[in-house]
Structure formats: C-alpha cells, structure tokens
Design a protein around this ligand. Structure first.
Ligand code: SAH
Ligand code: SF4
Ligand code: F3S
Length: 433
C-alpha cells in the first residue's frame, strides 16, 4: 500500500513554497497526501519563528502529533523550517517523539533522510547554493509560487529571518526560467516570484528589474513578486509596473513604522519621507496600483507620538490592506537587547486602533472599483453559502461572482463590480477575457 504523508505549514509564502516542493518530491516518490496525521506514515510540521505566538502554536501542535506515536510507533514526525533551524536539538529534548529536526535548506532532502538507516537527527547548517528547489510536479494550482532568492542579510533589528533563513542567495536565472515553464505547463496562470527581499536579486550582471524584463514576455498573463524592501526600490523597478503588461499592478511594500526615530532603531535604512516619495512615484507610474504593507506596533521606545506618526502615514497613504503585528521579542536579534518597554496592554490598544483605522481605509479603497469592469481569475468556490465562484483581480482583490455558477478554477473572465466590503468585491460575469 502506498505510504501517506501529512504536512502542516505555518508562516509565510516561503514556507508554503518549501512545503509545495516537498509535496511534489514525495508525490513523485509514490507517497499520497492526507489531511489527517492519524492516517499518515510521515508527518511534517513546517514551522515559523517570526513571532513568539507562531512558535507556541507550532509547539502545541507538534506535541499533539508526536503523541500519536503511542498508538502508531511507525509514524515518523519531522519538525522542519525556521523554528527547526532556531531551536535545533532543543526540540527533540523537549519532545522526544520528534524523529528529525530539519532546517529550511534541507527540506528537499527529507525523503533521503528518512530512507537512510544511519541519518543524524538534526539538519540545520546552511547550504551554499540556492538551487535544489526546482520541482518535478506542481500540486496543480491556478496560482503558483516561485522562489528566486533564499535568505536575507538586511538584519532589521527585530527580525529573526536572517538567522533562520541564512545569508541571501540568488537562484541562477536559468533555473528560474525552467521552473516558470514547469509551473505554466502545470496550469498556473498567476505566478508570484518569492524572496525575503526580491529587490536585492542578482545573478552576475542581472539585477531584479532586468530579471523581470527577461522573464515577463514568457510568463503567464499575471506575474507578481513578494517582498520588496523600500530601501532597494529603484526607479527601474517602479518603471516595470508601467512597461511590462504581464506584471500585475499590485505591490507589497512593508513600512513597519511611521516614525523616523523608530525606523532608524529598526535598521530599516529609509525615512518616512523616502517611503512617501516611493508611493508617489509608484502611483504616477501605475495610477491604480494596489498597495499593501506590514506594520509593527509597540517596538521598544515607541511613544504615543511615534505611534501617531504611523497612524498619520497610514491615513495618508491609504493602503488597500495591511498586515499589522504587535512587537514580539526574538532572542538573538539586536532589538532583543533593548528594553521591551511598551506594556502589553498598550501594544494591544495601539494594534486595535491601527486595525480600526485600516479597516475603514480598506472599505473605502474597495469602493473605487464599483461600476468598473475588472479581469478576474477564478480560483475556487466561496466557502460560504451560496458558494459563489471566487477569484482575484490583477490588483489582488478577492471577488465573488453572483450570476454564473458554471465557472471553474482557471477561468479568466471580465466582471462588472457591483458592490464591495473591506475584504471582498461582488460582481457580475460579463464575458471570458
Ligand atoms: N521579508 C519580508 C517579511 C518578513 S516577516 C519583509 O522584509 O517584509 C513578515 C513581517 O513580520 C515583517 O514585515 C514584520 O512586519 C513582521 N515581523 C517581523 N519580526 C517581527 C517581530 N519580532 N515582532 C512583530 N512582528 C514582526
Ligand atoms: Fe526580516 Fe528585514 Fe529581512 Fe524582511 S528585510 S526578512 S523584515 S530582516
Ligand atoms: Fe516565518 Fe520563516 Fe517565513 S520565520 S515568516 S516562515 S521566513
């Protein structure tokens, strides 16, 4: 009987990508995926370390899965990803039911590790090359991720990522182009190039805007990238939004904080003025561009006044949406040496105020599409009644189609937008695009 595997993924799109790569390798080895660890021969938990909460949630789940071994001694339990790299052997010491601890660079080797009889239990060193992620099979999605870099060397003072993902390594453009083809052959119509900071991509003389120019003509009709760093957002990259028809007019540009004092201690390498200048240039190059961001409240030393500056900038920029977080101390980072002096209750209060402001802006921003005809790529059916077909615009907005039940994942259509909420647009099918 075929062996079964279960994968649980925490964290960012990089982790989702690594899990997809592992899925594809296991599937080509004859494994079948299951969504129940109780049915599995192999359970992989791909973890995130970015905030303490992410680690605590993963540890609780790993404990439950490792406990299954009492009745299923043959089950192999693997803790993979960023927390594996950070905590290493300590995970096995805490939870002896865990068989192997595997950092992000070793995820594609999991099948070899479990097949070998003389494997170590901890694999967390850094690998020099950024290759090894090219996959044979894609799990068959309309959208696809493609990692173009690994690691990060920006060392924002609050962030654990450079320590768990290692130094920044760019994949050769040839292997990126080869994987783009594989994804397209598998039916992916909307592809996101991934990296902790894609703007610092470099393959010999090829920088990120040149990579985009090279691959855009052969990409599917929708190409995106994630994440960009404001300090490396060049005029050439901004021009790509106006010049490359397949590049979606949508950008995630983390601001983190509105106060220059806080940005400096965060080691972000830009001021609020520089950031605003970028937003103006982007909106000049692409007037309808959708903008999203990440924000942290309660960083050490953040006063009421500093926080007000974040609110002010958020109101001025009017993002389409934002991911908003309370500062969480990460051991080993520079900021961990600072006094975590904003009381928890104050952090929660600031976060709630920020979320309320952004929620209103998101609702307001979404009304700008009403009455317009937008291209939508159908991805699935809505999980709520009446289960309308659901898709995304080029800007990344989620759309529910109210008048056509026959649509399938992968259909590219034109939709007249009738109404909107903060997170969703509602519209009527017009025609196939
Ligand atoms: N490479 C990306 C993503 C990094 S992690 C980037 O540079 O934007 C995603 C987000 O988590 C960050 O943008 C930041 O807003 C948040 N984050 C990172 N470390 C954090 C911490 N210690 N506490 C709270 N939020 C954090
Ligand atoms: Fe972390 Fe900064 Fe690197 Fe993003 S750019 S992963 S926030 S260190
Ligand atoms: Fe988390 Fe690792 Fe991504 S720490 S945010 S899964 S790079």
């Amino acid at each position: 009987m075929a062996k079964k595997f279960y994968i649980l993924t925490f964290g960012c799109q990089m982790n989702e990508y690594d899990s997809e790569v592992l899925e594809s390798i296991l599937a080509s080895d004859g494994y079948i995926m299951t969504d129940k660890p109780e049915d599995a021969d192999l359970a992989v938990i791909n973890t995130c370390s970015v905030r303490q909460k992410a680690e605590s949630r993963a540890m609780a789940r790993i404990g439950q899965i490792a406990a299954l071994k009492k009745d299923m001694p043959a089950l192999k339990v693997i803790v993979a990803g960023c927390m594996a790299k950070r905590a290493g052997q300590a995970i096995i010491d805490d939870l002896p039911g865990v068989d192997y601890v595997v950092g992000p660079d070793y995820i594609p080797e999991i099948p070899d590790i479990i097949a070998s009889t003389d494997s170590e239990r901890v694999y967390i060193d850094e690998k020099a090359e950024a290759t090894g992620l090219a996959r044979g099979i894609n799990p068959g999605r309309v959208t696809g991720f493609l990692a173009i870099t690994k690691g990060c060397e920006n060392y924002c003072s609050y962030c654990i990522v450079p320590y768990v993902r290692g130094s920044m390594r760019s994949r050769p453009s040839k292997s990126i182009i080869a994987e783009l083809k594989i994804l397209q052959d598998m039916g992916a119509k909307d592809i996101t190039l991934l990296g902790q900071n894609v703007n610092s991509y470099r393959d010999d003389s090829l920088d990120f805007p040149s990579l985009l120019q090279r691959i855009a003509p052969d990409s599917p009709s929708r190409l995106r990238f994630l994440t960009s760093h404001p300090k490396d957002m060049s005029d050439e990259l901004i021009a790509c939004f106006a010049e490359l028809p397949s590049l979606c007019q949508s950008l995630h540009l983390p601001l983190q904080a509105g106060s220059d004092k806080i940005l400096e201690v965060m080691n972000r390498g830009y001021t609020s003025g520089h950031y605003l200048g970028l937003i103006n240039k982007l909106r000049q190059a692409a007037p309808n561009i959708s903008l999203t961001t990440d924000l942290i409240v309660g960083f050490p030393g953040e006063t009421d006044d500093d926080f007000e500056q974040t609110l002010k900038l958020v109101k001025e920029i009017k993002y389409d949406s934002a991911f908003m977080f309370r500062y969480s101390v990460r051991p080993g980072t520079k900021a961990a040496e600072l006094d975590d002096d904003v009381p928890e209750a104050e952090k929660i209060d600031r976060l709630n105020r920020l979320i309320a402001v952004q929620q209103e802006i998101s609702s307001e921003q979404n009304t700008r599409w009403i009455g317009r005809s937008l291209e939508v790529l159908i991805e699935k059916r809505s999980r709520r009644e009446p289960f309308w077909p659901q898709g995304k615009t080029r800007g990344g907005q989620s759309v529910l189609i109210k008048n056509n039940d026959q649509l399938n994942a992968g259909d590219l259509i034109m939709v007249e937008i009738e109404s909107s909420k903060a997170k969703t647009l509602f519209g009527l099918f017009e025609k196939f695009a």
